[in-house]
Design a protein around this ligand. Structure first.
Ligand SMILES: Nc1ncnc2c1ncn2[C@@H]1O[C@H](COP(=O)(O)OP(=O)(O)OP(=O)(O)O)[C@@H](O)[C@H]1O
Length: 665
């Protein structure tokens, strides 16, 4: 697709976008006030000692003098200039505040995010460490440590505050990371081949910036207050000027009793002001980071302007070598063009076998629908195929062979991380159940589509990617100018279509769709399904489709695999399944759903409930619910028997007459 030069020129100008947002955030009056006050204090902290009119410790005859022309903020009992003390104090207090916040935040982020993202033993050890620090009583410990380190100056106080303060932030960040790690957009980022470091920097940390900023700014305030409290109690070196030491001397020399308000008010006011200012800045940052809090209108820029960003992305090695697959003929039932061959696949969650000895083939252009009640193992199977299954899930046996464009086959289970990165998204992509969770809430739709391109098409230029994003949005029927929208600015249907656009970004050969339309109303559902089918016919990819909606599944699929208790119990062409279901469970499923067309029928459902995978009954696991079970069903576990072009795992179809009739061997 060619782009107009004028548009290309625009695509290069995305970087100022972030700058404009900052400006917008800054323009909010309260944020601006907070920033200005904070900056004033930072500047005073730097230049305070130079602009102070007097030496803050120098005594004079003007004892306990109220504010005057010579001493703008009055003097102490010893005639020391309070303005000079406040200016010197600003440096010490701000140094302690900022220093503590920097160290505390670094420790919190390192420990919290690492523990939350890595999980397992690292999480246990780091959480234990954080918990130990959390149960340490902060204030008493701070007082004791400060009492032992009175002459270590500001550095000692910073260390004490950081040591006793990091664990809380680490815990919050760990909890957030744990929840983010499970979000589908992080899964999607992993699936598109992004590195752990990039996922943390791009997907985990930006989504926690509000918390990190709150923790940083909160620590500055808390550290200033702690330092002031310690100094006020005389637990720091009281000859070092800080706002706390001013209050200490004011209290020690009875400023309150003598009514010398000018002695303690400026230092107290400075502490209150900086705390308020930092809170205002915090609100502003929250608003800037959270697109939902921003005013409407930001997300309506021209699509092309949103497409190009210069984020560094680790390239996926193998992508350049991918051969385009020659255009194939439309799928027919007798096609032998197998693209994915799954043999004897088993997936365990600890002692529970959620997918048991599953075998099937997916042919080029075929839609394989997976049916079954909740808990039958559909999602586990889909995730295992993509190798996105997470602990405790493991694949103890089986084979998944993928056929490349050149006819060679690769074992998906034997792929290393690098090969998997290339395989996922280039050859096989996934459309997750809930687009709201699968899309990163703080990234524009266009950027998210582009991410997959950046990772897998290292040679592509920014304008090429921009054009591809616009093309992909067009393919799924989203207006190009929505590329600059955030997920929350799109309707549910548009979000789901955006997910499909992400899935299509690299022209994969297989798309796994796990309940892609569940959360949508029927009209939108219909539009999306029609779109998927149209794209499949046009682009020729294969689909593994999972949904609870049996009518939809029959309508969409070429072939249907019915799962029960982790096994495939029937495999048939969709039409055969609909017209002549072979397995009693399939019949029960069909009788639980209204027909797509034809006369109304009574929905009977299946008695009983799905099996407990930890205690499967002997023989056929459907036996306790089966209306046609016979004695042998308790003894023999049925394999898949061929019945015409269908196959069903039911002893009704066993060739062994003795077994079929339930006779003892
Ligand atoms: N993380 C897990 N730990 C232990 N068992 C699990 C885990 N995830 C799933 N299972 C078990 O594996 C079995 C299959 O679950 P799976 O989610 O694959 O079923 P499903 O058919 O996709 O269900 P649904 O339609 O509700 O999504 C269930 O019995 C479930 O309890």
């Amino acid at each position: 697709m060619a782009m107009q030069p004028a548009v290309l020129a625009e695509t290069e100008q995305v970087e100022p976008e972030a700058g404009r947002l900052w400006l917008r955030a800054l323009r909010a009056p309260l944020t601006l006030t907070g920033v200005i006050i904070t900056l004033v204090f930072v500047v005073l902290a730097v230049i305070g000692p130079w602009i102070a009119p007097y030496d803050p410790s120098a005594v004079s005859d003007a004892a306990t003098a109220p504010p005057s022309f010579e001493h703008w903020l009055g003097t102490t009992q010893n005639g020391q200039d309070i303005l000079s003390q406040v200016l010197y104090g600003a440096q010490a207090s701000m140094f302690v505040g900022l220093g503590s916040a920097v160290i505390t935040t670094i420790l919190s982020v390192l420990v919290g995010v690492t523990a939350g993202y890595l999980g397992g033993t690292s999480d246990e050890l780091l959480s234990l460490l954080a918990n130990v620090f959390l149960v340490l009583p902060g204030l008493p410990l701070t007082i004791i440590l400060a009492a032992y380190l009175p002459h270590s100056g500001s550095l000692g106080i910073i260390l004490v505050i950081s040591l006793t303060g990091w664990a809380w932030g680490a815990r919050v960040l760990r909890a957030q990371t744990l929840s983010l790690r499970k979000r589908d957009f992080v899964e999607a980022a992993r699936a598109t081949g992004e590195r752990t470091s990039k996922i943390i920097l791009r997907d985990i940390l930006p989504n926690q910036l509000a918390v990190i900023a709150a923790s940083f700014l909160g620590t500055v305030t808390a550290a200033i207050l702690t330092q002031a409290s310690l100094a006020f109690l005389g637990l720091t070196d009281v000859t070092q000027w800080s706002w706390g030491t001013i209050l200490y001397w004011a209290q020690a020399d009875s400023a309150l009793l003598t009514g010398s308000w000018w002695w303690f008010v400026p230092a107290g006011l400075a502490i209150a002001l900086i705390g308020t200012a930092l809170s205002l800045v915090n609100f502003g940052i929250d608003e800037f980071i959270n697109p939902r809090l921003r005013q409407a209108g930001i997300g309506t820029k021209k699509a092309q302007r949103a497409q190009v960003s210069r984020r560094r992305t680790k390239r996926v090695k193998r992508s350049a070598q991918r051969q385009p697959r020659p255009a194939g003929t439309p799928f027919t039932a007798d096609s032998t063009d197998v693209i994915l061959d799954v043999r004897g696949l088993k997936v365990n969650y600890g002692a529970v076998t959620a997918v048991d000895d599953v075998s099937f083939t997916l042919r080029r252009g075929e839609v394989l629908g997976i049916a079954g009640e909740s808990g039958s193992g559909k999602s586990t199977l889909a995730y295992a195929i993509t190798r996105l299954h997470k602990p405790p899930a493991e694949i103890p046996q089986g084979e998944i062979r993928y056929t490349n464009a050149d006819g060679s086959t690769v074992d998906v289970l034997a792929m290393d991380d690098e090969e998997l990165r290339a395989f996922r998204w280039e050859e096989l992509s996934i459309v997750f159940q809930s687009a709201m969770h699968a899309l990163n809430p703080i990234m524009r739709i266009g950027e998210q589509i582009e991410d997959a391109l950046v990772a897998h098409r290292p040679g592509s230029t920014a304008p090429e990617r921009a054009a591809r994003v616009v093309e992909l949005l067009g393919i799924v029927g989203i207006p190009a100018d929505r590329a600059s929208s955030y997920p929350h600015e799109l309707s549910g249907g548009m979000r789901q279509r955006a997910m499909i656009a992400v899935g299509l970004a690299l022209d994969p050969e297989i798309i796994v769709m796990d309940e892609p339309t569940t959360a949508l109303d029927v009209v939108i559902q219909r539009q999306i399904i029609d779109k998927i089918m149209e794209l499949k016919d046009r682009l020729g990819f294969s689909v593994v489709f999972i949904t609870h909606d049996l009518s939809l599944l029959i309508e969409m699929s070429d072939t249907i695999a019915v799962m029960y208790g982790g096994k495939i119990v029937e495999m048939a062409a969709a039409e055969d399944f609909h017209e002549r279901p072979q397995h009693p469970y399939s019949r029960g499923l069909l009788e639980s759903f209204p027909t797509l067309s034809g006369p109304k029928k009574e929905l009977t459902g299946i008695p009983g409930s799905p099996p407990d995978l930890r205690r499967l009954p002997s023989g056929c696991s459907f036996r306790p619910r089966c209306p046609v079970a016979f004695d042998a069903c308790a003894e023999h576990e049925p394999r898949l028997y061929q019945i015409g072009s269908s196959a069903a795992a039911c002893l009704l179809y066993s060739d062994d007459h003795a077994v079929k009739m339930g006779e003892s061997a």
